[in-house]
Structures are given as structure tokens and as C-alpha cells.
Design a protein around this ligand. Sequence first.
Ligand code: NAP
Length: 515
Amino acid sequence: MPAGRPVSPIDAGPLPGNPWTTLRHMSTEREDAQPTSDTNGTADIGVTGLAVMGSNIARNFARHGYTVAVHNRSAGKTDALLDEHGRDGDFVRTETIEEFAAALRSPRRALVMVQAGAPTDAVIDALAEAFDEGDIIIDGGNSLYTDTIRREKAMADRGIRFIGAGISGGEEGALEGPSIMPGGPASSYEVVGPMLEDISAKVDGTACCTHIGEDGSGHFVKMVHNGIEYSDMQLIGEAYHLLRGVAGIEPAAMAEVFREWNTGELDSYLIEITAEVLAQVDAETGYPLVDVIVDRAGQKGTGRWTVKSALDLGVPVTGIAEAVFARALSSSVPQREAGRALPSGAVSTPSGTGPEFIEDVRRALYASKVIAYAQGFDQITAATAEYGWDVARGDLATIWRGGCIIRATFLDRIREAYAENADLPTLLAAPYFAEALADCVDSWRRVVTTAVTAGIPAPGFSAALAYYDGLRTERLPAALIQGQRDFFGAHTYLRTDREGSFHTQWSGDRTEVRA
Ligand code: NAP
């Protein structure tokens, strides 16, 4: 092992419940990185799927002193990784799943980083064929949590331990330290958890990785994390649209506004990169880059999954849903082309669009963001009850503070809120957030009003405010809806003054009967 490289943490001592015999490490030289009988059983961990995420995570493990068996369906990516980064640490090059399995120490630990869906099933099945009882497969892709529940059961039936780990942080996080959300049996986490914590981001010395709960819980919380990310990005987009459309602030100047915001309570990765994107000038045209990018937002599906799951669980994640629909609207090309001819009606912009307006938008953004998190945490609470998981919401806020796309200073406040009261019925009930929203609400109303009168769509801001008002309202029109449901479908209703269910005989004499 070259001087200066850390000793394999596994060689440094046995993991809990997992006694090792110390094995010799292979050379790190590229030409020696071939599977041989010498390298069999030497790798601490294997990574299969060496596209952007897998190759960077493999490098991250290697940089932390682990010997990493690497495998990809097509060997080209394996060779590219070893050619470019083979000196990052100890790798064992493998071409087939059998070689990959042979390279791993027992119990084997393999991280699957391939496309979610059928490819992940194919790779897991191939690994299970080559693995022995007690070996561990970790799926680090963006798998749908119900697939993870199914796979965990199927693997358990074959004696293979299975961890569904949500991993966030993109390319850079994968290399420098992602946020990792592993779900599966606690006994399996004990074996792989220390390695995952080792390569994860650290905030104040705390790893951004913890055992989330049983079976699909890790992928579930990763899915909601992505949903919150959608919402966060949409809200930032709306702030940009308003600052530009109402206050006329050009991208370069707006980058400074976002940089300033990034020094306060909005301090976060997404605000930081927004400033970078806004400041970027297109080399070819000299225009702000944001003006030459086609305004159709893509999506890979995790936002949509979040909303579908929320519909099933009956949790109003309106901020996330509006964000998903706003991306869909942006990509509704024929409708947008036809819609351009629609009249705006009388629109106007407020006269005061100086610093006060900018501050109003900042507060509306902050308040709406709090709502998005509150809704996302509600969805996790509901899923925890539905699936019998034991997800600690404060732990999520802790591991999302670093490494991941939604990392933000603000998550410290969420962590503190759940530390004070782990059973909060809503994040908005925490004194810190209740006071923060009280501070923001006037600005929030002015911004939503301005958006409406200026004809600028702000579905995220307005849905968040409507949710806030919905929670505040003592008597909702749901009473009238219950009356309507009873009228056409005899669905019955509860009364405010008596126990029991009731029905009015609408088509008869309209007297009320107990149902
Ligand atoms: P990706 O583009 O999602 O997947 C490409 C990888 O999957 C390649 O290694 C490819 O092998 C392999 N693959 C595809 N079909 C396969 C099959 N049938 N059998 C075996 N291997 C197959 O790669 P990625 O962007 O690095 O993401 C990996 C996983 O992490 C995905 O689940 C993704 O959703 C998740 N993720 C991605 C990010 C991100 O920022 N990109 C962030 C978090 C999580 P070949 O090279 O042979 O085609």
C-alpha cells in the first residue's frame, strides 16, 4: 500500500459482529488491478454500476482506505475508472459477476449503482446467484420503495441480506461525501453502516448517514427528500421570476441578491448554486446563460413518485405537487404555444419594487420552504405508521444537513424542533417555525397578491400560503362538502354537537336520522 494512504478501516479492526481475518491487499498499480487468485477475497466492498454515481462512490470508498472490487456490465467504464483514477486507492478490476463475487471478502458487501427498475432487478438477481447466505447487497440507486420492500423479502427468502439505501448528493457528493439513507434490517446495518458512515458527508463531526428503518424506509425518505428538492427548486424559480418580472432585476444583479440571501436563514446549497447559474454568461452569445436555456424542466420521476405516494397516504404535499406539475406545465409545448394568445386581463405591477419587495420575496420563499418541509415530514410520518417503520424525523434532518442537494442551515432548526418534541403533529407547531412564519406572513401575502396582479404564475408560493391558511382556519368548507356528499351519495356526516354518524333524508322529508 502506498505511503500516506489510510489503512483499510476493516484491517484496522473487526466490525461489530463481523470478525475478520486480516487479508493481504493487492497492489494499486493499474496493470495489477486484474482478478487473480491473489486478489480473491480481498475486497472490503464491491461497487457494480460504474456510471457517474457508482464510479465516484467507488473512488470515495478507495480514498477511505477500503479495497474496492469494481464491476460494470460493459468493461469500458471499469477500465475508464481505473485508467483515470486507479491511484485513488486499492481497486480490484472484475469483468464478470462471478469474478466480482470472488473478489469480495466474506460476508460479501456489494453496492449496486445501476439504473432503477428492471436493470436493478437484473443485477440483484445475478448477484444473489453468485453470493452465499449472509452476504449483503446494498441498492444505492433511486429505487421505488415498494420495489425495495419486494426485493428485501425476496432476498431474505434466499438468505441474502438486503439494504435499500437512498443516496443523495449527485456526482460531487458521491465522491466527496453524500448523504446516505439506508433501510433494512438493523442487524445488516450493523455490518455495513460503519463503512457507509465513513464515506458520507460530515457536519459538526456527525455522519450524514444513519439507519433509517426497515425494508423500504431508506428509499422512501430519499424519495421524499427528492420531492422536497423539487419544491425548493420551484420556489427559488418563482422568486427569480418575480424579482425579474416585477422588479426588473437582471440575472447578474440577481446573483448578488441570492448570494446575500445565502448568508442568512436561507443559506443552502440550492440558493448557492442558483447564484452561480444566474451569474453565468453564455460564451457564444454574451447573454446570461439562463436566457439561452430552453424553459422546459425535465424530471426523472422521484417527484412524481412522492406525489403518487402522498395521494395514497392521504397527505397534502401541495408544495411538492405544484412543483411537479409546474415542471409538467413547462414541458406542455402545444398547450403553451396555444396559450400564448390568451389575454392577461388587467395586470399591474406594484410601484414599490425596491429593497422592501426583495425582502418580501425572501420571506415568502422562506415561509413556503418551511411548508414544503412540513408537508414532506408529514408524509414520512404517515408512511412510518402505514408500513410499521420507526423513522426518527430528527435523524433525517440531521443527515440531510450535509452531502445532499437540499442541505441547508435551516435543517439544524428542524433537528432542534424534533429534539425538543419528537411527536410534533406538524413542524409548523414548533415554536421556532411558528414564530418564523408569523414574521413572514405579511410579506408572503403581499408577494402572492403581487404575483396574481402582475399575472406571474407562482403556484408554489400560493399553494404554500393556502396550506398555511387551511391549517389556521377554524371552520373549513369541508362541512359543506360533507353535506353535498350526503345529499348525492348518503355518505353521512358527523355533527359538531353529538357523537355518531348522521344522514339527512334529502329526497324525503329532510329529517335527519342516525346512520
Ligand atoms: P445511470 O445512468 O442511472 O445508470 C447507468 C448504469 O447502469 C451503467 O453502469 C449501466 O451499465 C448500468 N446498467 C443499465 N442497465 C443495466 C442492466 N440491464 N444490467 C446491468 N447494468 C445496467 O447511472 P448514475 O447516474 O450513475 O446513477 C446510478 C443510480 O444512482 C441510479 O439508480 C440513479 O437513479 C441513482 N442516483 C443518481 C444520481 C445522479 O445525480 N446521477 C443521484 C442519486 C442517485 P453500462 O455502462 O453497461 O450501460
